[in-house]
Design a binder for this molecule. Structure first.
Ligand SMILES: [Zn+2]
Length: 348
């Protein structure tokens, strides 16, 4: 780049602007590749990164080789751009205020690499923690997946893959309202993208199997079961008790025999309800699935209201099932993710 095309020098935003950190004047300026001046403290950099410690311990060159200075402070030019440098510095500084909290993913991919290059376990730990941040994970799991794949962070890649299943389809990167892919998709291979899609299909399949467990029983379910996941729900019972009163299902409702053997199914309305969910699973996120367990169609509602036992207990039992199922879904997806090695691009 010729001198004429260099961007003008400007100061970084707070907290790395001049006077950005109360009471402690900066004593080192770090210039990024795009000529942004970050006003920093030698002692903190030396404490947080081995590479800076070595660099800053050397006596500064003098004479013609002297480092450039600004207001008596040495300027250290580094090859990272200002977006990456900002994230690296945030990860190097102690989090003394909100100003030092990492709030978005921009530049994290480069900062993870830089933390390794400048030999800073502190920054590496902080950047990994930012990638695991619940809010970022919920909102932008595809970006985190790509950053994790690019940097070989297998555990984070697994967590992010699971989190992509939480995202409603309207917010997936393949939604037609997204004009651009997640920026970090530049750094991952088609193979790694395939692994993510393959995991999502496997995950949806496992959720469907778990749903079908709810509608089928080989042999009679335990009549004393209380837990919702062990046939404790009204749709598996012949008799239920409401305020100590025995209540039976309406004619044609309640547990029924299926086929010639001892196979049984739950109340027809519940069977149909879950069947419908399973059939539409491919365009649902896992949160939608658990929510939809409690969302009833007019036909289902009609069937429930026609039965004294179901109208007394179905709504409560469906909510309990939904709550239990949302925990179960996470376990299922984590187990599914554990079978894939996303960062090395091969099955374990
Ligand atoms: Zn019933």
């Amino acid at each position: 780049m010729s001198v004429a095309t260099l961007p003008p020098i400007r100061d970084a935003d707070a907290p790395f602007c001049p006077g950005g950190i109360d009471d402690t004047p900066a004593d080192l300026i770090i210039e990024s590749s795009d000529r942004v001046h970050h006003h920093t403290h030698k002692a903190i950099l030396a404490f947080s990164a081995h590479c800076f410690r070595n660099l800053l311990e050397f006596p500064s060159p003098t004479g013609e080789d002297a480092n450039p200075e600004r207001d008596g402070k040495p300027i250290l030019s580094l090859p990272e751009d200002s977006v990456v440098m900002r994230k690296l510095l945030l990860a190097l500084y102690p989090r003394s205020s909100q100003a030092f909290v990492i709030k978005d993913l921009d530049g994290i991919d480069g900062a993870v690499e830089a933390a390794k290059k400048y030999d800073s376990p502190v920054a590496t730990t902080q950047l990994h923690a930012a990638l695991r941040d619940v809010q970022l994970m919920d909102n932008q799991p595809h970006r985190i997946y790509a950053i994790a794949c690019h940097n070989g962070l297998e555990d984070i890649a697994k967590e992010a893959a699971v989190a992509t299943m939480r995202l409603s389809t309207g917010r997936s990167p393949f939604n037609r309202y997204f004009r651009l892919p997640p920026p970090e998709y530049n750094y991952i291979s088609a193979h790694q993208l395939w692994l993510l899609e393959n995991f999502q299909q496997e995950g949806a399949h496992s959720i469907a199997s778990a749903l079908s467990e709810q509608t089928w029983s080989e042999g009679p379910p335990n009549p004393d079961a209380i837990d919702i996941n062990e046939y404790g729900a009204v749709w598996w019972k012949d008799v239920v008790y409401v305020n100590l009163q025995e209540v039976r299902h309406a004619q044609g409702c309640g547990m029924r025999s299926v086929g010639d053997d001892y196979d049984v199914g739950p109340s027809s309305w519940f069977f149909a309800h879950v069947q419908h969910l399973r059939e539409n699973l491919s365009d649902m996120s896992m949160e939608t699935v658990t929510q939809k367990l409690t969302m009833l169609s007019p036909e289902t509602l009609k069937a429930i209201l026609a039965c004294p036992a179901c109208s007394a207990l179905a709504s409560t039992h469906l909510s309990r099932l939904s709550k239990w199922f949302s925990t179960k879904v996470v376990q299922i997806l984590r187990a599914t993710a554990s079978k894939t090695n996303f960062t090395e691009g091969r099955f374990v």
